[in-house]
Structure formats: C-alpha cells, structure tokens
Design a protein around this ligand. Structure first.
Ligand code: ATP
Ligand code: MG
Length: 329
C-alpha cells in the first residue's frame, strides 16, 4: 500500500469522533436485539448493517423462528416509526401505498397515506400478495416515493422494508420476481437456537415477551447520522475493482442463469461500508466485502437448471467465487 493511499484514507474517511459515535450506536442496537433474540450474532449484525446501509432486508426462514420478533425488536431499538402489513392475496396496492379520497369538507380529492409512510415497514409473508401489490412496493423501495394519480409523495428517511418469507410454503404464494429481489440489500436467516439458548428462551418467555420491555437505544437522528457516516467511508479504487471482479465472475459463471446486477454491486459496497463502520475503521477492506457478499448476493443469483441439481446453492457459489478470485493487497 503506497503512502499516498494511506494518506487518502485519513483525509477522506469520516472524522474519528463521528466514527466512534456511530460505531457505538450500531453496537448498542445489536446488543439490544440480543436482549430479545436468541440468534447468531451474525444475523443480528446483518439486520443492523442493512439499516445503516440504507438497505431493505428479507428474513427467510421456517415458521416460528423469530422473524417477526427480530423486525419488531429493531423497530423498538431505534425508536423510529413502525408499521406492519400482513400480505394476503386480496391486498390491493392502495392498501399499501395510500389512496386519493374525496373529502366532503373541502370538495377535493385528498391523499390518504398508506402504511408505507413510516420508517420501518414490516411486510409479513411478502410472497402471499399478488404481483400487482408486490410491485407497488418497487417504487417505494428504490425511489423512496409513492405516486398516486400522477402526484409523487416522498417517504421520510430512514426507510427500510423488512420482509419475511417462509421457504417451505409454496401453495397460494407468488414468488418474488428478480427485479423485486434485487431491491433487497440483504437476505438473512435466523435458524433454530442452540439447545441452551432455546432452554433459556423458554424460561424468559414463559410469562411475558422480553420484546414488551425493550427500550429504544438510538433516536432517528442518531440513525441518520450513522447512515451518513457509513456513506463517507473511504473506498480505495482497488476495492471497487474487487467488487466489479466479483460481479463479472457471477455473470460469466456457466452455472448461473442470472448473475449480479450493477445495483447488487452498489449495494455490496454500501453494506461493506457499514461493516467497516461496525469495525471502527474509516475505510473498506476486502475482508468487509467478503464477509457480506453471501447475504448481499445470494438471493439475487439464479442457478441454471443443471446447477440446481448439484451440491452448491447460490450462497455456496458466492463463497466459492470469493475463494477463487485474487484479493487486493
Ligand atoms: N430465536 C428466538 N429468540 C427469541 N425468541 C424467539 C426465537 N424464536 C422464536 N421466538 C419466540 O417465538 C415466538 C414466535 O416468533 P415469531 O412470531 O417472531 O416467529 P416468525 O418466524 O415470525 O413465525 P411465522 O413464520 O409463523 O410468522 C415469539 O414469541 C418469539 O418471541
Ligand atoms: Mg412472523
């Protein structure tokens, strides 16, 4: 590493005070989630990194493993506004985004904002709503706005969709189209708790849920500051090239029907910046990219029919690609 680059890192990285404060905030939120969730730290970390990277999250796992609880715990921890929508086949797009209603008093149409006008939006069982309703979310997720009858209404940041998905139920569901999946920054699974964790959980939750007593540990303003700090992490050109090499490798891989999009690359770098913040570093390392690449890319890649019969799934394929590619020094 040349001296110039080392100097660049210090000149262009966030101020040490901002970095330390934002790191402390992220640590506090992760720790707070751990008060309710008995889950691997990695899952809790990724959830918070998603928020700091301004990303949306899919929690895909079996029923009853704490998906909704994790989303609620995040909402409580950061003291942001929170809405929840249970997706069902009869849900209409306007049930999500809002609707223009005629007002008797004013004699004009007025926009009634839907539940999407919030900071954290929990969508339970996202694949149960019709494609039309699912697609109503696309504009909100990418552009942070809702358009009704030609007028656009902005959503206030931070805006994060946390969608839950059950991997074993297919009947009566509409699989998420690739364009929709690509708008989710990360996919997280929680898994079953360890034996001892499960035993303690049963005792803890015998009378009441610890979620009810969970207190916020960060304000919306503090979250916005941490988001801004993460944005200003220094990214050396070699790191951007490394991310590009990963994207190209997925596109050239014959076992993949669909590789990673440029949007996936932008997101990968954003989440890697958030990870650098959690590490208390003002710049991104290849290690940051490697750590988050699986959860960022896995759900966006489509395996070819032949590869689907093989041993590797999309996340395994990402891991294999990372092992194969040269890492910048
Ligand atoms: N790992 C866990 N840590 C803490 N509590 C858990 C965990 N797994 C399950 N629970 C508890 O189990 C109950 C069910 O959890 P929750 O509703 O979050 O599951 P879910 O994954 O959203 O289920 P579904 O797929 O049916 O919606 C809650 O009371 C929750 O507190
Ligand atoms: Mg649930």
């Amino acid at each position: 590493m040349s001296d110039r680059m080392t100097t660049d890192r210090h000149v262009r990285s966030p101020a040490p005070g901002d970095l330390a404060a934002s790191r402390a905030l992220v640590e506090r939120v992760i720790e707070n989630l751990g008060r309710v969730m008995r889950a691997p730290r990695e899952a809790l970390e990724l959830t918070v990194l998603g928020l700091i990277a301004e990303g949306h999250l899919i929690i895909e796992d079996f029923p009853g493993v704490g998906k909704t609880t994790l989303a609620k715990a995040l909402a409580r921890s950061v003291g942001c506004s929170f809405s929840r929508i249970q997706f069902t086949p009869d849900l209409l797009p306007s049930d999500v985004t809002g609707v223009n209603m005629f007002s008797q008093q004013t004699g004009e149409f007025e926009f009634r904002p839907g539940p999407v006008f919030t900071n954290l939006l929990l969508i339970d069982e996202i694949n149960r709503a019709s494609p039309k309703t699912q697609s109503a979310l696309l504009e909100c997720m990418q552009e942070l706005q809702v358009t009704a009858d030609g007028v656009s209404y902005g959503l206030a940041p931070p805006f994060m969709v946390i969608a839950t998905l059950n991997p074993i139920e297919y009947e009566g569901t509409y699989p998420l189209p690739e364009a929709e999946l690509d708008r989710f920054a990360l996919r997280v699974s929680i898994g079953y708790p360890s034996f001892s964790d499960e035993a303690s959980m049963l005792v803890e939750q015998a009378e009441s849920s610890p979620l009810d007593e969970l207190e916020p540990v960060a304000s919306t303003e503090e979250v916005l500051t941490a988001i801004d700090t993460a944005r200003h992490m220094y990214v050396e050109p070699s790191i951007a090239e490394y991310v590009t090499r990963i994207l190209c490798a997925t596109r050239e891989d014959k076992r993949l029907f669909l590789g990673a999009s440029p949007r996936a690359g932008i997101t990968l770098l954003r989440v890697a910046k958030a990870r650098a913040l959690l590490e208390g570093r003002g710049y991104v390392t290849p290690g940051d990219v490697k750590t988050v690449a699986g959860p960022v890319l896995g759900h966006r890649l489509l395996l070819s029919p032949e590869a689907r019969a093989g041993a590797l799934d999309a996340s395994g394929l990402v891991a294999e690609t990372l092992d194969r590619l040269p890492v910048p020094s």
